[in-house]
Each structure stands twice: as C-alpha cells, then as structure tokens.
Ligand binder design. Sequence first.
Ligand code: NCD
Length: 359
Amino acid sequence: MISEFPHLIDLNDHPVSWWNGLLDLGEKILQNPALYAGSCKGKIMGTLFYEPSTRTQMSFQTAMLRLGGTVIGFDNPATSSVAKGENLKDTTKIVSGYADVVVMRHPIMGSAKAAALTADCPVINAGDGGHLHPTQTLTDLLTLKCEKKRLSGLTIGLCGDLYNGRTVHSLCKAMSCYPDNHFIMISTKELRMPSYIKDIVRAHGGTYEETESLEDAIPKLDVLYMTRIQRERFASEEEYFAQKDTYILTTKKMQLAKPDMIVLHPLPRVDEIEVPVDDDPRAMYFKQAKYGMYIRMALILTMLQSKAKTELLAGEVHKGVSCPNPKCITHAEPYLPKSFAGKGTTLVCEYCDERILLK
Ligand code: NCD
C-alpha cells in the first residue's frame, strides 16, 4: 500500500543520506534559529499523544512554534473522543484533515504505521509502544555529531531495559548503518536486546557484545546510553521490582570511564543516574534534550516541504495468519490488514516487526 504522503515511521525506511540531510539542517538551525523563524508560517501540527510525554511533546510543540506554525492536539486521550470508543483510524482521519503534519505517540507497537495508512497528511512516529522512537534517535544522532564530531568508529554502551526500551531499538538500528560502530549491550538476562534488533545490527555490519556488568563495560566506552526500566511495559509489578535499581550510574563508576566518554539518556530519569553525576561535564543528557528541539525543527520543515510518497505495506495477507505479538496494533484495531513481509516459512509483521515461523 502506497501512501500519498511522506511519513517517518521507522528511520530505516529512509536512506542514510536523508538522515544526514536532516542532521546538517538541524545543525544549521541550531547555529542560527532566527533564520528559520517564519518557515512554517500558516502551517498546523496535530499532536496525538496517547501516552505521557514531556520532552518529545514539548520539543515538537516548541519546534513548530519557533518555525512560525501553530499546534493543535491532545496529550490525554481521556479528554478526546478516544474516551468514547473512537478507533485510531477515525481519530487520525479527522485530525490529519485539520493539520498539515501529525505527530503521534501511542502505547501499542505498530500504531504509527496503522495511523499513516489512513492519514491525509504526513505522520511522524513519536514512539509506538516498546517498538521504535525515530525522533529520539535523530536527537541522539545530532548530539553525537555535535559532541563527538562523528557518527562512526564509536563504542556505545546501552544500559538498562534493552528489551522494552524503544529508544535503544531505534538507536541500534540507525548507528549500525554508520561504519565501525560497536555496541556493548548491558542488561540483565530478562531485559536483553530483542533478537531481531541484534540481527539487524549484524546485517548492517555492526558488532555487539552482551554483558551484565556496567563496571566491566564502562572503561571501554565512548558513549554510555542509560535508560530507565520501563515500568508500564511489565506484566506485573513484581517483575518490575525485580529489575529496578539493577544499574545505577554513580560518580564512583564515572571515575572508571574515559575522560571524553559522554553520558546520554533519553529521559525521564528515575534513579538509574545518581543526581551528583549531573555535575560531571561528561553528563550530556540535558543538552541532548535541547538538541531534540532543533532536529525536530529540521524534521518538520523537511516533511512539510517533501512531496515524497511512502510504501507502507509491501507484503501480503496470508489466510488464517495473524501476528502472535499480543502488543501489536493489529489486535487492538482489528480492521487493519494483517500484512506480512517475507516469503517461505519466515514472515515478519509489517506493523511491529514480530517474526513468525510457519510450520
Ligand atoms: C523515552 C520514551 O518515551 O521512549 N522518552 C523520550 O521520549 N525522551 C524514554 C522513556 O520513556 O524511558
């Protein structure tokens, strides 16, 4: 299925040259924001936030306001017709008729692609459940470009909830497309990086190792990317409390790190970085959040100027086959075509990337 509009559902749907263009534009805007102050005058951005957000939502809003545009939307579905039982298709159809670009965050995997299927304007994925978060990755890339002066040849430690954390999924997929990046995935056995992401890293030529020890990994790192344990994505509170507090970055552990290692975190922080670490010049997470506003300015501008079409579903519906992932949008929105990529005995859900082995 081809959509008439450009969308950002997964960064890897676009070539690396497109990401690099956004990063160059983001850097230009950062150096001289006034130059872009009226570039989206008369344009409206619709924000559909079905899940809590501070940075993503407000950085998108301020990005649009700084470009001279305006913003409509909700940050609590309970105050919209969603509370009356409206499905994702209808809400998207209506808001995309009012706005020039829609930014959506949703707790279910594959929801952004589902929204793009019916939207009458570009859709930007601002996080779909535990799946992907492409605009956080653009934020991370701009931070690395400006602070490390390169996107290749980096040893990147990813620490925390690598299973449920959408930011680290998108980041791994993206950074493995630049040469010579090595990932050290630091997590408990239960919260390891999903296999499909590791397969993508390998396929792109990236390398990785897995460890449970932050202390062992930290001296080797150029970048340490901390994440919180994603409480809302656990089946029970017991499972969450069993994982909570496993990894806490302290000033003592920072003494083991290289003098030029930088610490990133998509935020919000719970307690995985001790507050005194904030005073270490290598702590870059607050600055990182600010880079997010500039890259989102670049993204909005680019999306509004683009006439590109997007191939959203390229696979097939297989009789009697549905996605086995209970967190996939195809279960919550049953009208969606259950489309799978791949041939033979391995299929891949085109919404949530779950792999299915047919017998
Ligand atoms: C992240 C998210 O929502 O996935 N936050 C963000 O967008 N900056 C990380 C998180 O919630 O832990």
